[in-house]
Design a protein around this ligand. Structure first.
Ligand code: PMP
Length: 402
């Protein structure tokens, strides 16, 4: 008996996946040259799978802010938000995020994952009920487990399914928290937030929306799908991350609830982990300022998303959703997806490979995330590489690509 025995099937699947190719889950970039170009060894690749939606990671203001944060406060905080890890920049970023959303309160966490652990498991506990969209991110599932609340899944993006499930519960027996995402990261499909608001109001439930992938890219001010749907003020809690459009590392939750700040005393993922570094917090503050100053970034990412979506659609690829900053192509089966992913990398294009059990409906897919920093030529090269690899696989001439 060995603790690792249970990983045998996993190890076998992993060996299959990496046999004769690279490890899709262990890619290391030796250098990052810009938001859209990296180096693996001496090979230059277009980064089309990095969630750098607004392309702000190399902006001089953002880099200078990170450098100044490290110089002023040191490289690490060495403690949690409630002990010794709250610095001026954490407080400043909280005030700026609250103002940006027009909400009364904002709390900053060390990662987006921890924002979900803290918000969900802080707000819901034994005796409460949490209703989650079946396709919610792993951090939301983990948070639900940690909460000790009863977990009830409803069909993905289906307000009627939520309505039925809420309708079966005793309206007075428990607090009810509904959790959905704005933009889903695997298929790139969007939640009907206004419809979810109507359902949660009907049943007197609370609604939390994770805008991790939609912050910065949806809504007039880039606040997410809740803003785009015109219901931002009716959503009880918004959570998100700094690791995508905001060019840093960290997470946030915002709310108008008058007692929102009590979460700081109840959420273990806030209390028992070190706060994010001043470098990261200051980088995020600088990125937030750029988002406010440059609304055209959003137009650029959307123009690129539409260009990529059209290019792949015209070439006959089966995409899961209309154009959005996440463009994902259905590859049919895991073996083909892995071969395709390897060949794209050989051709100088990095995208994300995703396969069961980590995907909705057990799909095997290649996921592109589009950046405002991509040039139209880079987008066209991504499309051309997809087409070349597809042709080579069909003609059995893959070795010639790259
Ligand atoms: N929520 C969603 C929907 C996500 O996709 C992710 C990460 N991809 C997170 C939360 C976690 O964010 P972070 O990477 O900042 O921990």
């Amino acid at each position: 008996m060995d603790l690792f025995d249970k990983f045998k099937p996993l190890a076998a699947a992993y060996a299959d996946l990496t046999h004769g190719g690279r490890d899709p889950f262990g890619v290391a970039f030796d250098r990052i040259l810009s938001p859209t170009v990296g180096m693996i060894g001496d090979r230059e690749v277009i980064l089309a799978g990095t969630n750098n939606y607004l392309g702000l990671t190399f902006e001089p203001e953002v880099i200078a802010a990170a450098q100044e944060g490290a110089a002023r406060y040191g490289t690490g905080t060495t403690g949690s938000r409630i002990a010794n890890g709250t610095y001026g920049p954490h407080r400043a970023l909280e005030a700026e995020m609250a103002a940006h959303f027009g909400m009364a309160g904002a709390i900053v966490f060390t990662t987006g994952y921890q924002a979900n652990l803290a918000a969900v498991a802080g707000l819901a506990g034994p005796g409460d009920q949490v209703f989650i969209d079946a396709d919610c991110h792993a951090s939301i599932y983990d948070a639900c487990k940690l909460s000790g609340a009863e977990i009830i899944r409803f069909a993905h993006n289906d307000p009627k399914s939520l309505d039925r499930r809420l309708g079966r519960t005793d309206p007075n027996a428990s607090n009810k928290l509904v959790i959905v995402e704005g933009l889903y990261s695997m298929f790139g499909d969007i939640a009907p937030i206004a419809e979810f608001v109507a359902v949660k109001n009907k049943h007197n439930a609370y609604l939390m929306v994770d805008e991790a992938h939609s912050f910065g890219t949806f809504g007039a001010r880039g606040l997410g799908v809740s803003e785009a749907d015109g219901v931002l003020d009716k959503v009880d809690f918004i959570v998100g991350t700094f690791s995508k459009s905001l060019a840093g590392i960290g997470g946030f939750a915002v709310s108008n609830h008058p007692q929102f700040n009590l979460l700081r005393l109840a959420a273990r993922a806030y209390m028992f982990t070190a706060s994010s570094s001043a470098a990261s917090v200051e980088a995020t503050r600088a990125a937030l300022k750029l988002i406010q100053a440059r609304p055209a970034l959003k137009d650029k990412v959307w123009a690129n998303a539409r260009r990529l979506h059209k290019g792949l659609t015209d070439a006959g690829f089966a995409l899961f959703a209309p154009a959005s900053p996440v463009v994902a192509a259905d590859m049919g089966d895991p073996a083909k997806a892995a071969v395709f992913w390897n060949a794209l990398l050989s051709a100088g294009v990095y995208v994300n490979l995703a396969m069961p059990p980590g995907t909705p409906n057990s799909k095997s897919l290649l996921r592109c995330s589009v950046s405002a920093a991509h040039t139209p030529e880079q987008i066209d090269r991504v499309v051309a590489s997809f087409i070349a690899v597809d042709r080579a696989i069909k003609a059995n001439t893959l070795a010639a690509v790259g």
